[in-house]
Design a protein around this ligand. Structure first.
Ligand code: SAM
Length: 260
């Protein structure tokens, strides 16, 4: 069974509060550029494309042809229909692409939704040309404290709602992810931390946090008490900022795993 249903309500909430502005993605632009080495005319398959934030960024930044594959009709509905972006129904285990037809695969915050990661890795191997990379944007639970070197507060939901880590702890670990892809013939090339940033204030996060609870898999796992405690933590931080404390920069540190 899928973790959550990306129905119309979820898609609207995702669109309202989860999309990162283009300005906040500059570090991702640099990181993807370095590893994909994009050239106009290349085809990138965006698997689990959601509302199309990255599909449109890749088209605009690099002039790529993007095939945005997304199983949820409600999410697909939000993907901009522009030349250079082809929007298709499908999922990671059954990609609507011909053999050896893509020059790269992008999976942002998707692998924890894929029930058979080995099967998906085999399917990705089928559609990629030899030597093409798989780029995974993800928070791997074994990389965060207390198991790994990364700080929990590098991710906003963990910081304000620490119990979200309970569900995130069940997501595929880095080693398990690499093993699933290795079975399909990919090796781990790089792992690096990349930050997205958000120019809005904590007060803005507080104003939208009820919608965020609907739009984020880990936030949906919170009990009402856990959610209210986190909201109070956030409210106190907003008051602190209003009392003159230096505003904290907003954003998240996730990782880019490159397999080839
Ligand atoms: C957290 S959203 C991420 C959307 C987008 N990649 C982004 O970063 O903005 C997860 C997406 O994965 C999709 N998804 C769920 N199961 C999937 C599967 N088996 N294969 C491909 N996509 C899947 C969902 O429908 C949803 O749109």
């Amino acid at each position: 069974m899928a973790r959550i249903s990306y129905d119309e309500g979820m898609a609207a909430a995702f669109k309202a509060v989860r999309e990162i502005s283009r300005d906040g993605l500059s570090e991702w632009r640099d990181a993807v550029g370095r590893h994909l080495r994009p050239a106009p005319g290349m085809t990138l398959v965006d698997i689990g494309a959601g509302t199309g934030v990255f599909a449109s960024a890749f088209r605009d930044w690099f002039g790529l042809r993007v095939v945005a594959v997304e199983p949820s009709a409600a999410m697909r509905e939000h993907i901009p229909r522009t030349p250079g972006i082809e929007v298709l129904a499908g999922d990671a285990g059954a990609l609507p692409l011909a053999d050896a037809s893509a020059d790269g695969a992008w999976l942002s915050l998707v692998i924890h939704h894929i029930l058979d990661l080995e099967g998906a890795a085999r399917e990705i191997r089928r559609v990629l040309r030899p030597g093409a990379p798989v780029l995974v944007r993800q928070a791997f639970p074994d990389r965060y404290e207390p198991f790994g070197p990364l700080r929990m507060d590098g991710i906003e939901t963990f910081r304000w709602f620490p119990e979200t880590a309970r569900l995130a702890g069940t997501f595929p670990a880095l080693e398990a992810t690499c093993a699933a892809f290795a079975a399909a013939g990919f090796h781990r090339e790089t792992l690096e931390q990349v930050r997205d940033s958000n120019a809005t204030s904590l007060a803005d996060l507080l104003a939208r946090v009820d919608t965020l609870r609907q739009a984020d898999t880990t936030m949906r796992s919170l009990t009402d008490d856990e959610f209210l405690r986190g909201k109070e933590r956030l409210r106190r931080a907003v008051r602190h900022a209003e009392a003159g404390a230096a505003p904290e920069p907003r954003g998240n540190w996730l990782e880019l795993l490159v397999l080839r």
